[in-house]
Design a protein around this ligand. Structure first.
Ligand SMILES: Nc1nc2c(ncn2[C@@H]2O[C@H](COP(=O)(O)OP(=O)(O)OP(=O)(O)O)[C@@H](O)[C@H]2O)c(=O)[nH]1
Length: 460
């Protein structure tokens, strides 16, 4: 089926040819080459349209765009290839449906914020725009608050943006990108896309309404794929979205929030860990120490004495184990009260700690009023002196609680020797214990060394 009706065909044949005007300097959309040839996007559309027409499409060359508009007004040409419908143009032109839709963008220096709409352009900031184009008319009408400064070329405007005299330059993405590339401008950025696109149509002289019908029909024949191919050829210029400050701040805020949450959680966790560590230390303390005297308890003693024994056996060192039992402690309790008894135990422990201060000395509350000293490496002579001195210091010490006063003494059975390799800790304790009984038997407040159990008399 033919595209055009018989009457439309007849009309065209009567005309003989169709003349058109272009903007001779508006790449990538259209231009006249040095060889006076029509080039750019509209040239490709003209080629496609020509294939569907029975009569030639003929370029009517002009010196500039206003001259093309004037030529259309004067009916020197039947068509304008790419034009925006504006009220003034509608007086002498009809416009086809939009066949080219190009985003409008704003170019600024790189330090400016991202622009999403006209509202993001600061008040009274001068914005450059191409003079004589439909876009100027459109923005003047829609946004009277904008300080639009018309320029006769994009280049002139962009230079002013670079110089800081303009906040930005507004224009369609195709022309702007082309101008940036042509002039090798790299210190500007496309700061944002505006809501309104440049919608371009084919304009036909309005005294010949059949022309509009014909070109609307023919343009509808051009497939989206063909349009895409043309666009890809001329408009596929990658452009920098610019630095999105809004996104940057949002991301920074999110980052700060995240860091805060992590830090707070970390601090809470650290506090909990600290509390846990402290609780563990306390627990360990409790599990290893006697609460009344602060000395190690019997539970702690068992593995330690085995370690000390093994060490001395291995390294042939003298090992001391002194079993110390307070004398007549029941009587002290009975006569002066249980609290006074407690005070005696505490004072005993304090004196003991001050007497046996070596790093490896182990002092243990072994039972009620029974204590053990384990010491590694000290020879028997020195130990004898230390223990003897301790007996005297304890005897001389006055225990005081409230207004009560008293003294306590201790009996000590002690082992001090390089332990034989077959000796175990139970035997060691037993030897000291036996010596302690001898010390008790000998009248208390004295020392008995286990080795000398049989042969020597107590050292009381
Ligand atoms: N105040 C007080 N007394 C305790 C504690 N643990 C044990 N005792 C008492 O210590 C006394 C030990 O008495 P005994 O075993 O008869 O020994 P003793 O009276 O010291 O007699 P000898 O050891 O033979 O000199 C008992 O009366 C216990 O109640 C304690 O933590 N505090």
């Amino acid at each position: 089926e033919p595209l055009l009706s018989a009457s439309q065909m007849q009309h065209l044949k009567q005309k003989g040819k169709i003349t058109y005007c272009i903007d001779p300097d508006w790449l990538p959309f259209e231009a006249l080459s040095k060889q006076a040839k029509h080039t750019g996007i509209s040239a490709e559309y003209i080629r496609l349209l020509q294939k569907m027409l029975p009569v030639p499409l003929e370029l009517y060359p002009t010196s500039d765009w206003p001259a093309s508009l004037q030529a259309a007004k004067d009916r020197h040409c039947d068509l304008l290839t790419l034009a925006m419908p504006t009220p003034s143009r509608l007086e002498y032109l009809n416009f086809s449906k939009t066949y080219l839709d190009v985003p409008n963008v704003v170019v600024t220096t790189k330090d400016k914020a991202f622009i999403r709409s006209v509202a993001d352009i600061p008040d009274s900031a001068p914005i450059g725009i191409r003079a004589g184009f439909g876009t100027l008319e459109l923005y003047q009408q829609r946004y009277p608050q904008l300080q639009l400064v018309p320029f006769h070329s994009y280049e002139q405007g962009l230079v002013q943006v670079q110089a800081g005299n303009l906040y930005g330059m507004l224009g369609n993405m195709g022309s702007i990108s082309f101008s940036l590339q042509q002039n090798s401008i790299t210190n500007l950025k496309i700061a944002g896309r505006l809501a309104e696109d440049t919608l371009l149509s084919l304009a036909c002289r309005n005294d010949d309404p059949v022309l509009l019908e014909i070109f609307d029909t023919l343009l509808a024949q051009i497939s989206p794929e063909q349009k895409q191919q043309i666009n890809n050829h001329w408009l596929a210029i990658r452009y920098d979205q610019g630095f999105d400050y809004e996104l940057f701040w949002q991301m920074l805020l999110a980052f700060v929030l995240l860091i805060s949450i992590v830090s707070i959680s970390y601090l809470k966790l650290k506090k909990l860990n600290q509390a846990l560590t402290e609780a563990n230390i306390r627990l360990e303390q409790l599990s290893q120490h006697d609460p009344l005297t602060g000395l190690y308890n019997r539970q702690y003693f068992e593995p330690r004495v085995q370690q000390a024994l093994a060490l001395c056996q291995r390294q042939q060192l003298p090992l001391t184990l002194a079993m110390m039992d307070l004398d007549h402690f029941k009587q002290i309790n009975d006569n002066l009260g249980h609290n006074f008894g407690d005070q005696c135990l505490k004072d005993f422990a304090t004196l003991c700690q001050s007497q046996f201060q070596r790093k490896d000395d182990l002092l243990v509350r072994y039972g009620g009023e029974e204590f053990v000293l384990v010491s590694v490496g000290c020879d028997a002579e020195t130990m004898q002196e230390l223990l003897q001195d301790f007996l005297q210091r304890l005897e001389a010490h006055q225990v005081q609680l409230n207004k009560q006063q008293g003294h306590c003494t201790v009996s000590i059975g002690w082992y001090c020797d390089i332990p034989p390799s077959d000796m175990d800790s139970e035997t060691l304790v037993e030897l000291a214990d036996q010596a302690l009984y001898l010390a008790k038997d000998a009248g208390r407040n004295c020392l008995v060394r286990s080795k000398a159990v049989v042969s020597s008399s107590p050292d009381c």
